[in-house]
Structures are given as structure tokens and as C-alpha cells.
Design a protein around this ligand. Structure first.
Ligand code: PBG
Length: 327
């Protein structure tokens, strides 16, 4: 056969395959999402997310220790308060659960980089991501509360804030309050491109944050849209975001790629709870090879343009990278 071009030549062995690999990954780009809840002596497994836990503040340091041992030094914090009310006051309470956890982490683990998720849905009695006006989430009054929440996180030790509420103008509102309080150097990672997605199901169970009526479609994006992703991303760039996030990851890699091409900020993608739960469930049934699926999902996210990958599999991925199975 006279075949001049034989793509298989470069696939002949692992050494060659690794040499010409197009996508390379590094543990330093991984962020682990973690849940803290009020109480003592709690390490409670989340039923729909096998292997993920809710920690009370006293147990939380053990989780951080484990992460650092695994080579993961960035976390994103979610809180589950004891009490919820219509205006989500525990979201911005000085002694709120996230604020408490941040103080502990900042004091005991200075080597851990602390990012906080800024939203109201875990703290409101109705489960929506802001204050209500009738049945609707009232955008502008919500901005003040989000800004207050972000500031309280930073005062408690957050080194980066990540607003996930999808209100219009929240990045500006947060930037303004942080700047006024001399936190000009605290970056904002904006959940700029966040779709209304069934992939958040297990998270809502974990955080008890499902809306008590209606859905989030009047603020989170319609999953039929891609150009709108650029509209949202550009707006947040103008408002002062430092990192643009696309969420979920797996079913939205075309969006990740588009954002990467059009926006000149680092792009984060969030492999959400539903992605995690599907892998765990499939593996438990013996239908898929969990480890290989984790690697493939991560590599595809990076291949699409992800710079920063937020995943419940961060510890596993770190190990796979160390073992040279991925990276
Ligand atoms: C809060 C928030 C959610 C997630 C991250 N921040 C839930 C939601 O929007 O309903 C989802 C994360 C996941 O599913 O892993 N607004």
C-alpha cells in the first residue's frame, strides 16, 4: 500500500501518544466544591451523591486535610443553614455557616485557596436565588443582598467570590462593594453562563435548595441558546468579572468552546452534581468504568477550552494525574 500519511504512526505507543498530546491538565486548575452545614460532629453522606458529604464546622477541617494530601488546594464552599427565611438572612449573617467555615479554614489551612459560592437559594425559605416580589425574583433588591453576602464572605476569609444567582448586574454590585471596602484584589469568578438545568438535581437535594414553587427559568439560561452565552459572558467581562464560568460542563462543551474563543478571560467549567451522580450510578450498576469515564469527562472539558475545572471528582483526578493516567 502506498500510504504516505499514516496517522497511526504517532499512536504506536504511550510515549509517542503522550509526546504529541494536545490537551494537558494540571492539578493546579482543579477546584473542589464542598458542603458545610450547621451542627456538630456531622459528616453526612449525600444520598444522591455517593462519596460526597455535608460537614459540620468541627468536621470540616478533616476534609480539608484530606484534600491537601491529595494535592487539591482550592475549594468552593456551599452552606446549609439551620434556618431559612424569605430574605435569606443567613446568607449574609456574620456568623452564617459559610462565614464560620471560612474563618476556620483561613485560620487552620492558610495553604488552602478559599472560594465562596454567592447565592441566596440555600438560605431562602422559598428556595429561589433572590428576594421575591409576588412569584417573581426581584432583581435589583436582590443585588444589594448578594453584594452584602459577598462582602461578608471576604471579611470571613474568602479569597475569591463566585456569584451563581444569575441576577442581572450582580458582578457590578459585588465589584463595587468589594472595592469600596478595599478588597480591590479579590477576584470574581462569575457563573456568567449558567443554564436552567436538570443536572443540578442532586445538588438541590444536598443543599435543600430546590425552589418550593416554579423553577429558575426566569433567571437561569435556556439550554437551547448559545449566542446568549456570549451576551452573558461579555456583560460580566464589562462588569469586572475575572473568570467566566460555564455550567454545567458535560452537555455544554460547545458553549465552553465558544466562550473560550470569544472572551479573553480564563474560562471555568463546572461539572455539576448530576454529572457526578450519573457516573456514580452507572458505575455502581457495573455499566461503565468509573475511572476511565472520569478521565474522559475531564479531558473533554479541557479540550473544549476549560482553564479551571470545578468537579466533585477533583481528588480522584489528582490521583489519576499523579499516576500518569491522564494529563
Ligand atoms: C446555587 C447553585 C446551584 C449549583 C451551584 N450553585 C444550584 C442551582 O442553581 O439550583 C449547582 C451545582 C451542582 O449541581 O453541582 N444557585
Amino acid at each position: 500500500m502506498e500510504l504516505t500519511i499514516r496517522p497511526r504512526r504517532l499512536r504506536e505507543n504511550e510515549r509517542l501518544r503522550k509526546m504529541v498530546r494536545e490537551t494537558r491538565m494540571d492539578k493546579s486548575s482543579l477546584i473542589y466544591p464542598i458542603f458545610v452545614q450547621e451542627g456538630v460532629n456531622i459528616k453526612e453522606e449525600i444520598p444522591s451523591m455517593t462519596g460526597q458529604y455535608r460537614y459540620s464546622p468541627d468536621k470540616f477541617p478533616y476534609a480539608l486535610e484530606e484534600l491537601l494530601k491529595a494535592g487539591i488546594d482550592k475549594i468552593m464552599l456551599f452552606g446549609i443553614p439551620k434556618e431559612k427565611d424569605a430574605v435569606g438572612s443567613q446568607a449574609y449573617a456574620e456568623d452564617g455557616i459559610v462565614q464560620k467555615a471560612l474563618r476556620i479554614a483561613a485560620e487552620k489551612f492558610p495553604e488552602m485557596y478559599l472560594i465562596s459560592d454567592v447565592c441566596m437559594c440555600e438560605y431562602t425559605s422559598h428556595g429561589h436565588c433572590g428576594v421575591l416580589n409576588g412569584q417573581d425574583v426581584d432583581n435589583d433588591p436582590t443585588l444589594k443582598l448578594l453584594a452584602k453576602t459577598a462582602l461578608s464572605h471576604v471579611q470571613a476569609g474568602a479569597q475569591m467570590v463566585a456569584p451563581s444567582d444569575m441576577m442581572d448586574g450582580r458582578v457590578s454590585a459585588i465589584r463595587e462593594i468589594l472595592d469600596q471596602s478595599h478588597y480591590q484584589n479579590i477576584p470574581i469568578m462569575s457563573y456568567a453562563v449558567k443554564y436552567a438545568s436538570a443536572f443540578y438535581g442532586p445538588f438541590r437535594e444536598a443543599a435543600g435548595s430546590a425552589p418550593s414553587f416554579g423553577d429558575r427559568k426566569s433567571y437561569q439560561m435556556d439550554f437551547h441558546n448559545k449566542r446568549e452565552a456570549i451576551k452573558e459572558a461579555l456583560l460580566d467581562v464589562e462588569e469586572g468579572a475575572d473568570i467566566i464560568m460555564v455550567k454545567p460542563a458535560m452537555s455544554y462543551l460547545d458553549v465552553v468552546s465558544e466562550v473560550k474563543n470569544k472572551i479573553n478571560l480564563p474560562v471555568a467549567s463546572y461539572s455539576v452534581s448530576g454529572e457526578y451522580a450519573m457516573v456514580k450510578a452507572g458505575a455502581k450498576l457495573g455499566y461503565i468504568d468509573e475511572e476511565r469515564i472520569i478521565c474522559e469527562m475531564a479531558a473533554s472539558a479541557y479540550r473544549a477550552g476549560t482553564d479551571v475545572y470545578i468537579t466533585y471528582f477533583a481528588k480522584e483526578l489528582a490521583r489519576f494525574m499523579d499516576e500518569g493516567r491522564i494529563g
